[in-house]
Design a protein around this ligand. Sequence first.
Ligand code: DON
Length: 564
Amino acid sequence: MKIAFRAVACILWMAWCAPLPNFAAVKDTAGFSHNVVVSVDPIASQVGMEILKRGGNAVDAAVATGFALAVTHPAAGNLGGGGFMLIYLAGKDGRLTSVDYREKAPEKSTPTMFLTNGEVDAKKSDIGYLVIGVPGTVRGFWEAWKRHGKLEWKTLVEPAMKLARDGFVVDEVLSRSLKEQARVMQEYKEFGRIYRKPDGAPYQPGDTMKLPDLAWTLQQIHDRGADGFYKGEVAKKLVAGIQAGGGIMTLKDLENYDAKVRTPLRSTYRGYEIVGMPPSSSGGTTTIQILNLLEGYDLSAMKRRDAKTIHLLAETMRIGFYNRAKYLGDTDFVKVDLPRLTSKEFIKPFREKISLERALKSSLLGADIITRGEGTETTHFSVVDADGNCVSNTYTLEQSYGGRVIAPGTGFLLNNEMHDFNISPGVTDTKGLIGTKPNLIEPGKRMLSAMSPIIVLKDGKPLLITGSPGGRTIINTVVQIIVNVLDFKMDIQAAIDEPRVHHQWMPDTLTMESKLADLQPALEAMGHNVRTGGAQGDAHSVLIKDGIKYPGVDHRIRGGAAGY
Ligand code: DON
């Protein structure tokens, strides 16, 4: 029952969360001719920009921005989580590469570790010590920097270290977000100790937040590189804290963690090239599938805010998510035929199932498998440098503030990513559980992610760098940004501001941002179960036109671009 609640609560988060700032009122920002960094947090974007000004490239700036977000945006910026970095390296022929730094299951994990008496045990699988995957962020940043960075490693870690040590000013967004954690801070004491003021009071806007333990951990990473995190004092404190809480991670898990350099997936959409992540992310595959379906329709002849358009988007999303649940898992462990799944041929028979008048029932598309909901906080940032190198990076702790666990002395939050696995083998139900094989827990395996950093190329050159948080909504957010730009010819800020919709096959529900509320009756008449309200995603993007880099700042949370 608890699991069902959690799944449904996650899906309904969009519909019921508190009202957010009026993002649509924000005007398009001017473009920059040299460099740009766009992220959820203006301080972190500025950190990235300073690195670019000092001669760093997009990868250097991305690493520095990522470390800074671990300080200033603790809900999702992280050292204790994982993610994906998609990279375009400018040059005569341009080159695409990526780093998969998704967390891994500890060696002692088992497929049934979250079950008690055969039932999913929410106490074990929601937050806390058992649900922590082996963190990937520091190793991922290290691998990206080692291969492609220009500046010294220390230079990239230093700004974050200073922010943690000397402090930064808490804004309204962070203050409110931490206050929402008050109840859980009572149980997870170290989380409460670190993220309340020394006198135990909550941080207010305008207060300075200093994070000495985090500064110490960053110092180890600064001095010793990734080994400063995965071996030595940080690793010892981390493992001691996790094991004291009943977790299973070991020093060996940390020492063995590797980030994988992967060849990005590539496909086409109306003459543009779509580049995304292969598994362990489902992002590239599912985005490509949805776009392959949409290619069969002349979207540019349709009105963007129209029930027919939203219906078509929902139908293609439904199919993409059905295939996601059916086929995808970590390809280091399970066989996934990616060329077939991303081919135009594969999708054709599915297009025949789409009616332009009537919603398909998800239960008819695949009665056997049902998906569960995911967390509500991740963060994406995009960087383009003066040479044309681009980074599209999404990383996460899974839920806001992850599993709420901080190992004493380390000062950083740990992820609760293990529940992105299918935690109930063979058991699927209508309440949100999925038990299909490709994404079952195995030691050392990476849990399937929806994170979708994307780069769109035109004539071989980057045009659009995008991505978003939002659990499964991520994929649909990036699909809509792509069609907003390519089909509906919106400028990047309009494409980001445009209200979004989401359908993930199961539950069979279409969620829409509230600006689309007037379309609800028409969509219901077509057979959709519609929920309206809340905000979807936070997609900090860049559009490059004639060499000018236009930031698309998403103001659904906060957002800031820095450039010149
Ligand atoms: O990797 C995933 O798909 C999820 N852990 C991401 C969670 C997420 O995006 C929550 N964010 N808003």
